[in-house]
Write a protein that binds this ligand. Structure first.
Ligand SMILES: Nc1ncnc2c1ncn2[C@@H]1O[C@H](COP(=O)(O)OP(=O)(O)O)[C@@H](O)[C@H]1O
Ligand SMILES: [Mg+2]
Length: 249
């Protein structure tokens, strides 16, 4: 307790803090502990992989980190604000202000141009049209796709579409990039490109939390949190993780 207080005094407030977080689903007469007493702190500037097998509770945890859902019990403090008492509208606001989402299936809207896709979260955030345009263009520039701004998603390769979704996530200048299996739909060469790009964003100071079922992807992060049956069974440096878990999946 004392050591923890000292640690917090010397570091900034965590960007993400979970205290005794539970998510329990009721299935008929059974209770499923999808998150089972999660305690986790993630600080600004970290690159963390949350890894676990299918059914281990990753998506449940991602939904809570992303303020898309609330814990059954326990606390989730995002950027210093306790989300457990927030209304759905308040959650939507903190989500829009704080988090850029990157999904496995990109979630680009096919009838919108790349520029319009990247502008969308800025529209929700109430940014005015001219600023939306300039921020979206500069965000497309960061992922190397500025010249394609007027094209449509289906004119691009999978890797390029994922880069557009990263541009969309970056456009709102979020505190956190939250990526759910960001390479899950990509071949290994394109996956490598996307991972290298995430590493570059981390080296530029972005905070990244990446959810994956794949150990080899998790090893690209700086810190690994492994989850099993809703519980954290490892939380530490990637090197230490590699020595313990690299051979199993
Ligand atoms: N909406 C839900 N209702 C009931 N059970 C759920 C629901 N969502 C997830 N679960 C259960 O919670 C556990 C964790 O699921 P999930 O978080 O999706 O794991 P992962 O993303 O690691 O595959 C699983 O046993 C799953 O069946
Ligand atoms: Mg999942």
């Amino acid at each position: 307790m004392v050591a923890e207080a000292i640690e917090d005094k010397h570091m900034n407030t965590p960007l993400i803090e979970m205290k005794n977080e539970y998510k329990i689903y009721i299935m008929g007469t059974e209770q499923v502990y999808a998150n089972d007493n999660i305690n986790l702190k993630i600080y600004n500037g970290e690159f963390v992989a949350i890894v676990g097998k299918s059914g281990s509770g990753k998506s449940t945890l991602m939904n809570i980190i992303g303020a898309l859902d609330k814990p059954t019990s326990g606390k989730y403090i995002l950027n210093g604000r306790d989300t457990s008492t927030m209304t759905d509208d308040e959650l939507a606001d903190i989500r829009n202000q704080t988090i850029g989402f990157i999904f496995q299936q990109y979630n680009l809207l096919p009838k919108l141009t790349l520029l319009e896709n990247v502008e969308l979260p800025l529209l929700y955030a109430g940014v005015k049209a001219s600023e939306r345009r300039s921020r979206a263009l500069s965000s497309l520039g960061r992922v190397g796709l500025k010249e394609k701004y007027s094209q449509y998603p289906n004119q691009l390769s999978g890797g390029q579409q994922q880069r557009v979704s990263i541009a969309r996530a970056l456009a709102g200048n979020p505190s956190l990039l939250l990526a759910d299996e960001p390479t899950g739909a990509l071949d290994s060469k394109t996956s490598r490109e996307v991972l290298n790009f995430l590493k570059q964003l981390h080296s530029e100071g972005n905070t990244i939390v990446m959810i994956t079922h794949d150990n080899s992807i998790a090893l690209e992060a700086k810190r690994v949190v492994r989850i099993h049956d809703g519980k954290i069974i490892f939380d530490g440096d990637t090197e230490e993780y590699a020595s313990k878990f690299q051979t199993s999946n």
